[in-house]
Design a protein around this ligand. Structure first.
Ligand code: FAD
Length: 381
């Protein structure tokens, strides 16, 4: 039985690893990251970056559980692949102590007995002198098993292990699927591929492939990369990843200094205030080619400077990305037919837990049922 995984991104690469390591015959189909995004006319991924925040803490049990399962496997994946991707700098989540978000976070932290420090006032200022918080802020600091991962490196690691275990990699772009009496015909830009089972893990492009579209909403996102010099990098050596809740409900996030492939060191900040919906494949491609929104970049830079007074920035650059949401605010992990399953919809937080999301997708492709927790929506009731 050949199992085809479509999408060699965060979830697809993880699914391919789980399936091949369990002894199944796997073909992983998807193109690599384009060299020049501005002239690329194919599909794109949401993991073309060097930093994604990781943490077990989340206001919703589904995300916390999927993240914990994945984090527990990071070091093994690093050891098996020889590729390092996890940086245990710790993560802070902070906001008004009376806000529903922080109350929910505290509830999950208690219910799941997640080890973390609760910091306020002078203690918070002493612990993280480079941040400035409003009075009344409660910060939850996860020092272990949290920080940031390199999403490109994690994808490379998953694919390396899968290929060593026998997975076949095709760099094709899938154009559509046809169910036949004996299996599925996958139409790609290079020809047809036949498989007995297909798992679609194509992120924001999933509806380009599926016979019936899923109710996915794809948003345009802009991040700003703030270049810092060696002195600032040294001053911020103990900086954790940070997510904070604004009074207006937005929850921007900031990553500590990370060295990028251009040899420079950047702080990365994201958190668009306005949700711009990308309606179709063409819209998503145009957005990625366009390079991001400079006005959003300026707003994000101002937010970082307000949160980190005295920060010295050498240069600022914006980058585009997309996030893919489902109505339940958890990924669509479903069997659409006896031969076709999906694992899509990272909902802006699918990187850290992509290994578990891939594992759950692999379970579906093998015809198994998922545990009840994997269906628990992350929306207020
Ligand atoms: C700016 C930004 C910041 C984020 N920050 C965080 C964070 O701090 N922490 C966190 O946990 N998550 C974060 N996320 C979310 C996380 O990056 C995504 O949830 C994750 O990448 C989703 O994984 P995926 O496999 O579904 O999609 P992707 O990683 O996008 O992979 C999909 C793959 O499918 C391929 N593909 C698409 N169409 C086709 C096709 N037709 N044929 C073949 N292949 C195809 C693509 O090439 C791609 O490789 C962030 C996202 C963004 C945009």
């Amino acid at each position: 039985m050949v199992i085809a995984v479509i999408g060699a991104g965060m979830i697809g690469a993880a699914a391919a690893r789980h399936l091949t390591q369990d002894g199944h015959e796997v073909v992983l189909i998807g193109p690599p990251e384009p060299q020049d995004k501005s002239t690329h006319h194919g599909v794109f991924g949401s993991h073309y970056d060097e930093g994604r925040i990781t943490r077990a803490l989340d206001p919703w049990p589904f995300w916390s559980r999927a993240s914990r399962a994945s984090i527990a496997r990071y070091r093994q994946i690093e050891a098996d692949s020889g590729i390092r991707f996890f940086h245990e700098t710790g993560t802070v989540m902070a906001g008004d102590e009376d806000s529903p978000y922080i109350r929910r976070l505290c509830q999950v932290q208690q219910d799941q007995a997640l080890p973390c420090d609760r910091l306020q006032g002078d203690e918070l200022a002493r612990r993280f002198p480079f941040f400035q918080f409003d009075p009344g802020t409660l910060a939850l600091f996860e020092g272990q098993g949290a920080g940031h991962i390199n999403p490109r490196a994690l994808v490379r690691a998953q694919i390396r292990i899968a290929e060593r275990a026998g997975a076949r990699r095709l760099p094709d772009t899938v154009l559509g699927l046809d169910e036949t009496a004996t299996g599925l015909r996958i139409r790609t830009d290079q020809g047809d591929v036949l498989a007995s089972q297909v798992l679609v893990a194509a992120g924001g492009f999933a509806n380009m492939i599926l016979p019936q579209p899923l109710p996915l909403v794809v948003y345009a996102r802009t991040v700003v990369l703030l270049e810092i010099d060696a002195a600032e990098t040294a001053r911020l050596a103990a900086m954790p990843s940070l997510i904070w809740l604004e009074p207006d409900g937005n929850d921007p996030y900031l990553l500590p200094p990370i060295r990028y492939p251009d040899g420079r060191t950047y702080l990365k900040m994201g958190g668009d205030v306005v949700d711009v919906v990308l309606r179709d494949t063409q819209d998503i491609q145009d957005w990625f080619r366009g390079g991001g929104n400079a006005a959003v970049g300026r707003m994000l830079e101002a937010q970082v400077k307000a949160r980190m007074p005295g920060l010295v920035v050498q240069s600022a650059h914006v980058q585009p990305c997309v996030t893919t949401f489902t109505p339940q605010n958890i990924p669509a992990l479903d069997r659409l037919s006896p031969r076709l399953s999906v694992a899509v919809g990272g909902c802006g937080r699918g990187a850290k837990c992509s290994d578990e999301l891939g594992r759950l997708g692999a379970e579906l492709a093998l015809g198994r049922n998922l545990p009840a927790w994997a269906k628990e929506a992350a929306v207020p009731t």
